[in-house]
Write a protein that binds this ligand. Structure first.
Ligand code: AP5
Ligand code: MG
Length: 219
């Protein structure tokens, strides 16, 4: 499955629940770039340096780089329990590249979960998000505050605010989503793969909705 939706809609939060329940392999291209960012700078290739710089500004990384990143993680696409792609594809060209990869592997895409939410709420979720440096879990200063300020509930690591969760970068990300990613909903709808899911309510409420729709489709 592919998870689609605006930045901050809760894709990562739902991906965690989904991969636990369905035991599928999870790949977030954003996580790959953030992990590269924390690697030492001489261990980084020029392509990765460029990708990280674009990510900081909220811009999309080039299709070529993202597709290469996914290709290097082919194993995920052949996981016996299936795969969950969070944040890929994000353009129609990436969707076509994914189709080619899956055809090479003899695997098919079963569903695209498209999370929808009002833009003001998306901005609230993004601007209050805090991410753990160690385990990458997320918290939210209002919706899901940590027990100890600045400290991850899961592992005790330091919580920080992502560079691209600053107001300027949020604006750029939302524009990139509208221009390049939102058209994918129609693209997948025409292929009969799209499942629209409201992302309103608590993470558990959204997951309940997701489970019902996924189980109805597959089981
Ligand atoms: P990526 O990491 O994929 O970022 P994104 O799509 O902008 O999405 P986010 O991770 O910000 O949000 P999310 O939907 O996962 O929400 P979350 O669950 O954290 O990509 C980052 C960058 O990498 C891109 O901008 C680009 O530069 C590059 N990139 C990656 N893939 C690319 C590609 N394919 N092509 C080109 N470039 C690419 O939740 C958000 C917050 O809300 C959290 O604080 C959470 O606790 C809270 N929350 C979640 N659910 C709820 C709820 N139901 N109620 C209340 N609060 C909630
Ligand atoms: Mg995410």
């Amino acid at each position: 499955m592919v998870l689609l939706g605006a930045p901050g809609v809760g894709k990562g939060t739902q991906a965690e629940h989904l991969s636990k329940k369905y035991k599928c392999c999870q790949l977030s291209t954003g996580d790959v770039f953030r992990a590269a960012k924390s690697a030492s700078s001489d261990a980084m290739t020029e392509t990765m340096r460029e990708a990280v710089e674009r990510m900081k500004q909220g811009k999309l990384v080039s299709d070529e780089t993202v597709v290469q990143i996914v290709r290097e993680r082919y194993d995920c696409l052949t996981c016996g329990y299936g795969f969950l792609l969070d944040g890929f594809p994000r353009t129609v060209d990436q969707a076509k590249a994914l189709e080619d990869m899956l055809a090479e592997l003899g695997v098919s895409l079963d569903a695209v979960l498209n999370y929808t939410l009002d833009t003001d709420e998306v901005i609230r979720r993004l601007s209050g998000r805090r991410t753990c440096r160690a385990c990458k879990a997320t918290a939210h200063v209002i919706f899901n505050p940590p027990q100890v300020e600045g400290m991850c509930d899961k592992c005790g690591g330091e919580l920080y605010q992502r560079d691209d969760d600053q107001p300027d970068a949020i604006r750029v990300r939302l524009k990139a989503y509208e221009d390049s990613t939102a058209p994918l909903a129609d693209y997948y709808d025409r292929k009969g793969l799209l499942i629209n899911i409201s992302a309103e309510g608590s993470p558990d409420t959204v997951f309940g909705r997701t489970e019902t729709l996924v189980d109805k489709r597959f089981f």
